[in-house]
Design a protein around this ligand. Sequence first.
Ligand code: HSE
Length: 458
Amino acid sequence: MAASHTTDPRVIRVGMLGCGVVGQVLLKLLDKHRPDFVRNGFDLRLTHVAVRDAAKARPGLPAGIRVGTDPLAVAGARDVDVLVELMGGTTLAVEVACQALARGVPVVTANKAALARHLPRYLEAARSGKAAVAFEAAVAAHIPIMEVLERSLACEEISVIKGVVNGTTNYILTFMERAGCEYADALADAAAKGFTEADPRLDVDGIDAAEKLSLLALKAFGAYFPPEAIHTEGITRVAQADLRLAQAMDHRIKLIAAARQTQQGLSLRVHPALVHKGELLADVDSEFNAIIIEGPAFKELTFLGKGAGQLPTASAVLNDLVKLAREPGHSALPVFARESATGLRLADKDNVSLCYFLRLPVKPADAWRAIERIGKLGLRVLSNAQVETGGTTWLGVIVDVVDEPRLLALLPQIAAIPGVQGSPVFIRLDKDNYRDIVDREQSAYFGASLERKPGAGI
Ligand code: HSE
């Protein structure tokens, strides 16, 4: 039963930086949930807001709030107990948040770009001021992944954390599949619907996903690597023919962000990847996000939810505020069991071995010969398909695990195969072991019990 407080609620004064679309929704949520706060013995009361244009009408702002244009003044105000940073940017926003933290004022922020690029500054300021910095809203908005990594899995060993963490690119890829159009038309639709960042290159070049991966890796592995250290490729090269060929071979193409413990160190990668239709990530459509965590104790945990949008983001900010209000001593610094993982090194990003998808323009009559010749180059072709777009016949093949440098070296030889009419394009699979896919298909077909029977001969 909820505690009912008869004494006056403990008032927590909130300073807010930025009052755009997310800020406006947050105001509504604060209002809506006030009875819940009060019933639980506290109240979150907005005292200061800093905006770019103080003269602009903001109907959602309660009377009596001080509205100014100086974020530093809000961060330094005596009547601010917690700061919410929704102004964005990677310079002043960092300065303001770190000043507040160093003064002992906790900060709630959705600013993934600032956090991922300047995390050591935030952590240092938070340590010196003994204040928490909470950023659930910065990664996959309404999927409570930070909370899970910080608390529910605080003592767990994690081997992989990966997922679809950029809603815009997932929307674009889904749109391309459904409308049968090319990338540029799908991007225009995503922009018209308001999904893209102010600078869409942050989405489509994979930068937004790399920022989120940097924060996920911090919580999952206790090691900080900035987005620049992450192998990052976007979706701008993905063509309609790739999607159709992938479909024909039972795969979909997703922008995957993945952090993996490997023998060579921590592998951090963001790039488009073919995902087999039997896998959960293949089913994540439009602006949805999904995150998968793997570890020896729990095997696999999956989270699916709205990763972008005003309400999911504002709601995640509110939940962080409530967490800080209920537990004033809460620390959102790296998870205690993983804080010592500072010796973790980064794996060489060029030296990977994966399965690969290749797309090449061919003369239809020569397609089989081309597949045979690819095999003779030492690549094991596991699957193939053909489609036609704009008068060109495209051959798609999936090849078994190969060292990427070796594959790259073979591409000119593949382009020179008789009947092949141009350079091959390659996209990685989200797999370094195609056997997983085969096993999954067999187990779905025959049933898991048959698969486990000794000597069943599958
Ligand atoms: N541009 C981001 C996305 C917004 O599409 O996922 C949420 O972080």
